[in-house]
Design a protein around this ligand. Structure first.
Ligand code: PHE
Length: 350
């Protein structure tokens, strides 16, 4: 017999034997397969071994060597299956399932996506960008000039109350002494509003100014369905000659109808902010029911003076809206806390 023929027969036997071991359902079946292939008297391996005698003499060493290898391979396959742990068996089953059925669907990789608040921020930037507003940024740890003073909120104003703001610990507090009860006038705090960025921008640029700023703000509120100690605002500021309240309403209406796409209404209610005069609360209605989106108004002359602008020359409009509210309204989300639990079952829906 030719060597090639003998080797081919061996290879085929090895494949068949290994597959038979792997698919044997239980211990009895495995034993039956062992006898079929490795049985001393009439096993398949024994039968092939008989063929070895017929191989040409010169090829005998090669043929013999390969025979021994295959024999070992089959014996090892048997031992591997026989002594496999339950876990090994499970893996094997999976492997075989894949080997036997190439149409078994794969495991779909779980793709992530942007957080709903991040998506909203991107969309707001896009809309306001088309209305000609450029992006400005400011720090989240702010000084009192930018968070209060320049915004026409003087030292004795209740908005500066330590209970309503996250002040950074002072040296005396760190040293363990009791902090003073009066609102601090120096030292930093986590900004309580993005209006800080109005000041930072106007300090840097001469009018006309047309910016938005989006980011986190912090207030020591107890978390409930509508409050969270950290949330996001979008601030808008437009300063130029002859800017009026009509421009403010136009900008906000354009903004609202671009974001909510179909018929959305906005309304102004008289309000008060130290840094705008007149001031309004902005409500929006979309698919029924008014909800409060934030504050707005005409930039107070004191603010323009604080940054070296001439209130006789220019006027400005400003607004600050809650981004969580906008996002909740759009998606019908009823609890702000959901955004920050990091529960992918919730986040995955948006
Ligand atoms: N900063 C105000 C707030 O956080 C909102 C606001 C911004 C009001 C700009 C008027 C002008 O409530």
């Amino acid at each position: 017999m030719a060597l090639a023929e003998f080797l081919a027969e061996l290879d085929e036997l090895a494949c068949e034997a290994v597959a038979a071991f792997e698919t044997a359902g239980d211990a009895d079946a495995l034993e039956a397969v062992r006898i079929k292939f490795l049985g001393a008297k009439s096993g398949r391996l024994r039968a092939v071994q008989k063929g070895l005698a017929k191989v040409d003499k010169a090829d005998k060493p090669t043929a013999g060597k390969r025979f021994n290898e295959v024999k070992k391979e089959i014996e090892e396959a048997f031992a591997r299956i026989k002594f496999a742990t339950a876990e090994d068996k499970l893996h094997l089953q999976e492997e075989i399932a894949v080997r036997l059925d190439p149409t078994v669907p794969g495991v779909r990789p779980r793709l992530g996506h942007l957080h709903p608040i991040t998506q909203t921020i991107e969309e707001l930037k896009d809309i306001m960008g088309r209305l000609g507003f450029t992006l400005a940024e400011g720090p989240e740890v702010e000084d009192q000039w930018h968070n209060f003073e320049a915004l026409n909120i003087p030292a004795d104003h209740p908005a500066r109350d330590p209970l309503d703001n996250f002040y950074m610990a002072t040296a005396e507090k760190v040293a363990g002494k009791s902090p003073s009860q009066t609102p601090p006038t120096t030292g930093r705090l986590l900004r309580s509003q993005t209006s800080t960025v109005q000041i930072r921008v106007m300090e840097q640029l001469r009018p006309p100014v047309r910016i938005i700023s989006l980011g986190r703000v912090y207030r020591p509120d107890t978390a409930d369905a509508t409050h969270y100690p950290m949330f996001h605002q979008i601030e808008g500021l437009l300063v130029d000659r002859r800017v009026t309240m009509a421009d403010l309403k136009s900008v906000l209406r354009l903004f609202a109808s671009s974001f909510f796409e179909d018929d959305v209404h906005i309304r102004f209610r008289p309000s008060f902010f130290p840094f705008t005069e007149p001031s309004v609360e902005v409500d929006m209605s979309w698919h029924g029911g008014w909800i409060e989106m934030g504050g707005a108004g005409m930039v107070d002359p004191n603010v323009l003076r604080a940054v070296g602008y001439d209130p006789e020359e220019v006027t400005g409009l400003a607004f600050g809206l809650g981004i969580e509210r906008i996002c909740m309204r759009r998606h019908g989300i009823t609890d702000i806390r959901e955004f920050y639990k990091n529960d992918v079952r919730f986040l995955h829906q948006f």
